[in-house]
Design a protein around this ligand. Structure first.
Ligand SMILES: [Cu+2]
Length: 487
């Protein structure tokens, strides 16, 4: 059986000989369930040889990732240490699967930051290969953005500074190391990073134990219970809520704020609640201007949805299930006790920033270059990513309008992510944005043949940042480009 280094190396080779690029097709439905290629099981040293453990629905509680404790905390800054580890996790019941994890945990600890207070984190890479950390959605200097070239060598540390100058929101941190980000994130290098701010606190939304991040993702176990990497995403049929398939979560009969984060490498969730609706209060970059009632939430890879669910109308003993239109039941909320509730969900939250006048127009095309009997390349505006090439130059402070498009055929899906700043979606296919496009955004799905017009203002820092498809097997084969922000 391959060890980890062997697996990662073999994965790179295997990817080069894939005939049919099902690896590059996001999991949404079972239409891609047959294909010919070379998935690789991920194992530490010995193969699991028993029967694959059976997931009994609602048998295990959904864990809430622990909040990381700072080593030093002052009103101006907090200092943390966090390791990047080879570890194991009990994802399937009774089976310890080899995975990667921040702080030794498959779902990394939650970091709670505050607007106006810096976060400094010393990451230590305990892997046998390079890794790094990107704060997804964070407004951070370029040397702290986890640029693909900035790798933490095995056994080394790197200090990341997050200024937290942006408003309260739900971000996440994950690996962004060049050529290995897809495997590393798939194997567990992901955690939630929450920024809180005083004006948000003043709204009276649920807090403390009633403010719960939920990381949703999919994973592929083979018939023996091994995690499969470099696979067909349609086979990632085990959906996890905070690392557990089909868990229950005990709630009081009151309001809860849930911060949903899609950490899947490539998946579009369509989420519903049995017999209930979400109160949708925010997206990637923070709160909406007004709360909205939503029967369904579309959440593509790396997107976040900030929602409130009010369980106060339910008698103790009630169950409410979170479902996906493809995966079916994901997570059951069990109402187990009554509770007082002084929290509120105001109809008016806080206004979004005004849209400045845009002075630059660009077109960004995400597409594959298909090649016979070879792995395709991922292209942005016709080019494979080169981390030494600057693709566009942006003047600091400029407001720009980007028409994101995909010249791929209808049915192919991509997922555009811009580093450094949040944007606003102005149009989709020349019409109004979808509900899932609203608010401050850093990631947006885009289908073959579609266009998404967005506007961004490049405040803050100068230097080099990437923009890419956030289906990680797409950025991994080159669907990434680089901008340089200049004074
Ligand atoms: Cu893509």
């Amino acid at each position: 059986m391959l060890n980890r280094r062997g697996v990662l190396a073999a994965g790179g080779i295997a990817a080069g000989v894939f005939g049919v690029p099902k690896l590059l097709v996001p999991a949404e439905g079972h239409e891609n369930s047959t294909h010919g290629k070379h998935p690789v099981t991920y194992q530490e040293s010995k193969s699991f040889s028993g029967p694959k453990p059976v997931v009994v629905p609602w048998a295990r509680p959904m864990p809430v990732p622990p909040v990381l404790r700072p080593l030093v905390s002052t009103p101006k800054q907090e200092i943390y240490e966090l390791s990047i580890d080879d570890t194991t996790a009990e994802i399937l019941p009774g089976l310890q699967s080899p995975v990667l994890g921040f702080g030794g945990q498959f779902i990394g600890p939650t970091i709670r930051a505050k607007t106006g207070r810096k976060t400094l984190i010393m990451f230590r890479n305990n892997l046998k290969e390079g890794a790094n950390v990107h704060l997804h959605g964070g407004h951070v200097p370029p040397e702290h953005d986890g640029h693909p070239k900035d790798i933490i060598a095995p056994g080394r540390t790197r200090l990341y500074l997050y200024p937290n100058t942006q408003q309260g929101t739900t971000l996440w941190y994950h690996d962004h190391s060049h050529g290995t980000e897809a495997q590393h994130v798939y194997l567990g290098l992901h955690g939630t990073y929450i920024i809180e701010d005083d004006s948000e606190r003043g709204l009276g939304l649920p807090t403390g134990a009633y403010d719960v991040p939920i990381m949703l993702r999919d994973i592929h176990f083979d018939d023996s219970g091994n995690i499969v990497v470099f696979d067909d995403p349609a086979k990632r049929t085990t959906v996890l809520a905070n690392g557990i398939p089909k868990p229950y979560f005990e709630v009081a009969a009151r309001k809860y704020r849930f911060r949903l984060v899609n950490t899947a490498n490539q998946r579009l969730f369509k989420l519903k609640l049995t017999g209930d609706k979400f109160t949708h209060i925010g997206s990637d970059g923070g709160l909406f201007g007004e709360s909205k009632v939503a029967a369904e939430l579309t959440l593509s890879s790396a997107e976040r949805a900030d929602v409130v669910i009010d369980f106060s109308k339910y008698p103790v003993g009630s169950k409410v299930v979170l479902t996906d239109d493809v995966a079916g039941e994901i997570l059951r909320f069990d109402v187990v006790r009554r509770a007082s509730d002084s929290s509120r969900v105001p109809a008016v939250l806080r206004p979004l920033p005004a849209l400045p006048l845009s002075t630059v127009d660009r077109e960004i095309d995400l597409a594959f270059l298909f090649k016979p009997n070879q792995r395709p390349d991922g292209l942005i505006n016709g080019k494979v990513f080169d981390m030494d090439r600057v693709d566009i130059t942006v003047k600091r402070g400029a407001t720009e309008t980007w028409l994101i498009k995909s010249s791929d055929p209808v049915g192919v899906k991509h997922n555009f992510h811009l580093h450094l700043v949040q944007f606003r979606v102005l149009e989709r296919n020349g019409g109004p944005p979808l509900p899932s496009d609203l608010g401050l955004k850093d990631t947006v799905p885009i289908m073959g043949g579609e266009t998404v017009k967005l506007q961004a203002t490049f405040t803050g820092y100068t230097g080099r940042y990437v923009y890419h498809c956030h289906f990680l097997e797409h950025s991994w084969i080159g669907m990434m480009a680089q901008m340089e922000i200049v004074p």
